[in-house]
Design a protein around this ligand. Structure first.
Ligand code: BJ8
Length: 424
């Protein structure tokens, strides 16, 4: 069916028939997983609209901004400091890598035993299905896990790629390395955009990104109520959309949604009955449109009340100190804030385990599901330490490994149902 965006998609060199198929599948999943929920907040209508226009209006906005001279910078990791991108008047988009639609193409140039997230971003590019990726003037990679690090070498044959080196430990020399990397990134962004990052611009960007983090913190505090006023699926969607929507508009809309949530909490209204088992999801990021596990969990009689993940609290927990006067101070505060990220790529990474136990207690969860993508060694390895710490805290945990395919849905559902039953 023709759409008002066909010409734009054609200019972006998308594979139009395959792209139409993708949007149809996405629409069907969205209807089943999201729109079928009862008692959703009025504020979620904005998110439904943004998602329905995911490859339409937002891409049009990006093209219009590009026509006015702004650059679009795509990223795959929360280590990339968005503040520097915004301070150079560029647009930052977190690229999605949550579907296995280009898997076959990806497996021709990557080992099959690569995690689904990596295969997904390579597959989207090879299959010409992502208008965000095709809008990017630069894609920023990072040396987090080995899979990503090596995949960017291959990906660079198909897109303009810049790679940031991420430290693997948190000693003084790692701080120095990260500081140098932030400086190198600043120079790269200035070169790509042709704009200088000045102190007033960086201050404005720090405040803007902090404001978005704060509203998501507010949301997470509100959902800690018993009974929880919003489904985990909806919060995951909010977090996913936060990566590519306009940050000011998104934050304004989320303030309104939080006001509505506050009313619900005051009135003691929950999205599920009082005794519904409350779960924390912990582990690998769930990029759009990876909704498989949250849907399985919430259709098995439990509710998700927290995500210890990069598309969750790992991205919103820490703010950049806003007290920096000079550009140097501000850059130092950015260095400090990003070094607090507790990705499993770090060693020894004890703080992640502590954060999980603290979060589980704060959210009054009945159990934790640790989620690792198949072939993701950093998170699969850490699952053992996490389980031990949760055992000591007397919080039950189940560890799952899966990918983006639907082949294991039956098996996963059986395991999730058994876990939820055990928690009752
Ligand atoms: S800061 S979690 S976004 S690296 S799932 S590709 S780790 S094999 S995504 Fe991540 Fe940044 Fe860390 Fe967050 Fe590798 Fe694991 Fe795949 Fe992963």
């Amino acid at each position: 069916m023709p759409t008002p965006y066909d010409e734009m998609w054609e200019k972006l060199n998308l594979d139009l028939p395959a792209h139409e198929g993708l949007l149809q599948v996405l629409g069907k999943f969205y209807g089943d997983i999201y729109l079928s929920q009862e008692g959703r907040l009025k504020g979620m209508e904005y998110l439904d609209f943004v998602l329905s226009e995911v490859h339409g209006l937002r891409i049009q906005e990006l093209q219009e901004a590009k026509a006015r001279g702004r650059k679009v910078i795509g990223t795959f990791c929360i280590f990339v400091p968005e503040e520097l991108v915004l301070a150079a008047d560029a647009i930052h988009v977190g690229l999605c890598a949550g579907a296995d639609i280009g898997k076959e193409a990806a497996e021709k140039i990557l080992p099959r035993n690569t995690c689904a997230l990596i295969k997904s971003f390579v597959g989207f590019k090879l299959a010409r299905l992502c208008p965000f990726m095709e809008s990017c003037d630069l894609v920023v990679g990072e040396t987090t896990c080995d899979g990503k690090k090596k995949a960017y070498e291959i990906f660079a044959n198909y897109a303009p790629v810049y790679v940031m080196e991420i430290p693997q430990m948190k000693n003084a020399c790692d701080w120095d390395l990260w500081k140098a990397e932030i400086q190198r990134f600043r120079e790269e962004i200035e070169a790509v955009t042709g704009r200088k990052i000045t102190a007033p611009k960086l201050r404005e960007a720090i405040r803007l990104v902090n404001r978005r983090r704060r509203v998501l913190q507010r949301l997470n505090k509100l959902r800690a109520a018993v009974p929880t006023p919003i489904s985990g699926r909806d919060v995951l969607l909010i977090n996913q959309i936060s990566f590519y929507d306009d940050p000011t508009r998104f934050t304004d809309k989320m303030e309104i949604l939080c006001d509505e949530l506050e009313d619900r909490v005051k009135a003691g209204q929950g999205i599920v009955p009082h005794k519904t088992p409350r779960l924390l999801l912990s582990g690998c990021p769930m990029a759009v449109p990876n909704w498989k596990l949250p849907y399985l969990v919430e259709s098995s009689g439990a509710v998700i009340v927290g995500e210890e993940s990069c598309i969750g609290t790992r991205n919103t927990r820490d703010l950049v100190d806003e007290g920096g006067e000079s550009l140097k101070d501000m850059l130092d505060f950015i260095v400090d804030r990003y070094m607090k990220i507790d990705c499993a790529c770090f060693t020894p990474n004890a703080e992640r385990v502590e954060h999980i136990v603290d979060l589980a207690r704060e959210l009054r969860v009945d159990g934790v599901i640790h989620y690792a993508l198949s072939f993701c060694q950093p998170y699969a390895m850490e699952a053992f330490k996490v389980e031990k710490a949760l055992q000591n805290a007397e919080i039950p945990m189940m560890s799952l490994e899966t990918d983006y395919s639907l082949e294991d849905v039956g098996q996963l559902k059986t395991r999730v149902e058994a876990f939820v039953e055990m928690l009752r």
